[in-house]
Design a protein around this ligand. Structure first.
Ligand code: PCA
Length: 324
């Protein structure tokens, strides 16, 4: 009787097992679950899980709950997780080319940002490949504007303000405008503003809205300085072990996520700026004088980026300008 039961269980298990052992991929995300990047990644995860018939099932972990933003890239590279999403420009210290999407006033609309990303993609893929990473898709943030807790009409008004930065470009912007940069993850900014650790930042309407910054800040100035991107990357060794059929499914899901994410970003732009205004903030374009001064600062930053990003950086900018 006992033997029979064991055999029956073994036979049932064998029948139920898929041809390939099912894998669960944990996917860390730095931004809150309600943010459109995270929602989009959840859609991508579902697409892969369904498309592969559960052979690869992806579980997203938003809000920095598994790894904080600063640690996600290394976690993927070293195989602590197979896949994850990261603001690649925060790793410009490893290779300046990673911040091609933060060159001030180079690509200031969604359309131009897509063109720039397409031109940069082969270079980014090459640099990532050297780091054991394979790029699946990237999605832009809305145009970057300036947040303050007072009216600001000139760079002089920014002097001494404590500024939350999210990468070296934003820290440099603070330095060049006389502000005091402090790096803080998006997941932590509500608290940083509430406690006065920071009193300003450059970001999208989306991030200010997600973090309800109207509880502490008063002004959002549209500057359209650049549109940085989040990139979803997979560990290259893990990727090499994926069957061709599943690679095709995942790539298809990635392409669909890139398109859906872009649409969400576009739709979220006005929605979140309206949300900031509803929260009580003054929302509108930066004044002409401030814009002029910021353009000057932007020129310095663009020149500095070109110096550090070398020939590869120059090739991206030249190809982008030629295409425009
Ligand atoms: N939000 C992210 C990066 C750019 C953006 O709009 C952040 O503030 O961390």
């Amino acid at each position: 009787m006992k033997l029979k039961t064991t055999l029956t269980v073994a036979a049932t298990t064998a029948l139920a097992l898929p041809a390939v052992a099912a894998e669960n991929w944990d996917m860390p995300l730095a931004y809150s679950a309600s943010n459109y990047h995270s929602e989009n990644a959840a859609g991508f995860a579902e697409c892969v899980t369904e498309g592969t018939g559960g052979e690869i099932s992806i579980t997203t972990h938003p809000g920095g709950s598994l790894f904080g933003g600063a640690d996600i890239k290394r976690a993927i590279q070293t195989g602590q997780v197979p896949i994850g999403e990261r603001l690649l420009s925060a790793h410009a210290n490893e290779d300046a080319v990673f911040s091609y999407d933060n060159v001030p006033f180079l690509a200031t609309s969604f359309e131009d940002a897509e063109k720039l990303a397409e031109i940069a993609r082969p270079t980014i893929e090459k640099v990532l490949a050297e780091q054991n990473l394979t790029l699946l898709y990237s999605v832009p943030w809305p145009p970057q504007g300036l947040y303050f807790k007072k009216e600001v009409n000139s760079v002089a008004d920014m002097e001494g303000v404590k500024f939350r930065s999210y990468n070296s470009t934003t820290a440099r912007l603070a330095e060049l405008t006389g502000m005091l940069p402090v790096t803080i993850e998006a997941a932590e900014i509500s608290q940083a503003f509430a406690t006065g650790v920071a009193e300003s930042m450059i970001s999208s309407g989306a991030t200010g809205y997600d973090r309800k910054v109207w509880e502490s800040l008063t002004h959002f100035y549209e500057v359209n300085a650049w549109l940085p991107r989040n990139s979803v990357m997979v560990n290259s060794e893990v990727w090499a072990g994926v069957s061709d059929a599943n690679k095709e499914i995942i790539t298809g899901c990635a392409d669909a996520a890139a398109a859906a994410g872009l649409e969400k970003a576009i739709g979220y732009t006005q929605f979140t700026m309206d949300g900031l205004a509803d929260g009580g903030m003054t929302v509108g374009p930066a004044g002409d004088g401030l814009v002029e001064e910021l353009k000057g600062v932007g020129e310095t930053m663009a020149a500095e980026w070109l110096e550090t990003a070398g020939e590869e950086g120059a090739a991206i900018i030249d190809a982008y300008k030629a295409a425009n």
